[in-house]
Write a protein that binds this ligand. Structure first.
Ligand code: ADP
Ligand SMILES: Nc1ccn([C@@H]2O[C@H](COP(=O)(O)O)[C@@H](O)[C@H]2O)c(=O)n1
Length: 211
């Protein structure tokens, strides 16, 4: 199984890049997993307490479960991954079944910051988009899709999103094999990744396999 990690700041276009690759290759051979599904649950906290959590710190995620699921997929077992509800800041009761496919695209803000997670990736990608573009995209998305107010997006951006991006996410770019400027607009970058993936599918014995 080939695992491609797609990191980058919030709103950089990680999901858009991943979905473009799936559109080009078809969903039969490629599956998408978002690190966001592995946000810690915090069942003992009230909504107000959950609202104040720093969701941009690397330790906000249950990466051990994510790694366990990647290992199960690699050994041929399907997995039931958590579903995360951004409007309640909690995992929902449901899970999603992920079947075994030859290619896994793993996208998330911190897929390159964690050493163990990096070790599970065959190709490491960083989507590099200017902060002003990212915050504008995030503002629109969080208000339209994640139940946020304008003020809450401002406050969260300044108190946690930007400081954590500067401290952890931007420095993780150095681990990338491929940097894709401007995300979904970069058709050449997306085509490059698609070609690499196609090549893997036609030659499973290629050098990408981790020992
Ligand atoms: N090139 C683009 N032009 C316009 N809007 C975009 C572009 N890329 C992404 N978006 C929008 O910006 C938001 C964040 O993009 P997304 O791919 O989900 O980023 P990420 O997964 O990095 O947070 C989404 O609403 C998406 O539709
Ligand atoms: N309860 C939560 C959990 C996470 N976030 C924000 O999501 C961002 C990561 O998702 P992207 O799709 O934008 O990569 C991250 O920056 C968190 O701030 C949230 O707002 N609430």
């Amino acid at each position: 199984m080939l695992v491609i990690g797609i990191a980058g700041g919030t709103g950089s276009g990680k999901t858009t890049v991943a979905k473009s690759i799936i559109t080009k290759l078809g969903s039969t051979n490629v599956t998408l997993i978002s690190q966001d599904n592995y946000y810690l649950h915090h069942s003992g906290l009230t909504f107000e307490e959950r609202e104040r959590i720093n969701y941009d710190h690397p330790r906000a995620f249950e990466n051990t479960l994510l790694l366990q699921h990647l290992n199960m997929l690699k050994s041929g077992q399907p997995v039931d991954i958590p579903v995360y509800d951004f409007s309640t800041h909690a995992r929902s009761q449901e899970t999603i079944r992920i079947e075994v496919k030859p290619i896994v695209l793993l996208e998330g803000i911190h897929v390159l910051t964690d050493e163990d997670l990096r070790g599970a990736l065959n190709i490491k990608v960083f989507v590099d988009t200017d902060p002003d573009v990212r915050i504008l995209r995030r503002l629109t998305r969080d208000i339209n899709e994640r139940g946020r107010s304008l003020q809450s997006v401002f406050d969260q951006y300044l108190t946690t999103v930007k400081p954590m991006h500067d401290a952890f996410i931007e420095p993780s770019k150095k681990y990338a094999d491929i940097i894709i400027p401007e995300g979904g607009e970069n058709q050449i970058g997306i085509s490059l990744l698609t070609i690499l993936t196609e090549r893997y599918m036609t030659d499973r014995a290629a050098n990408y396999e981790i020992g």
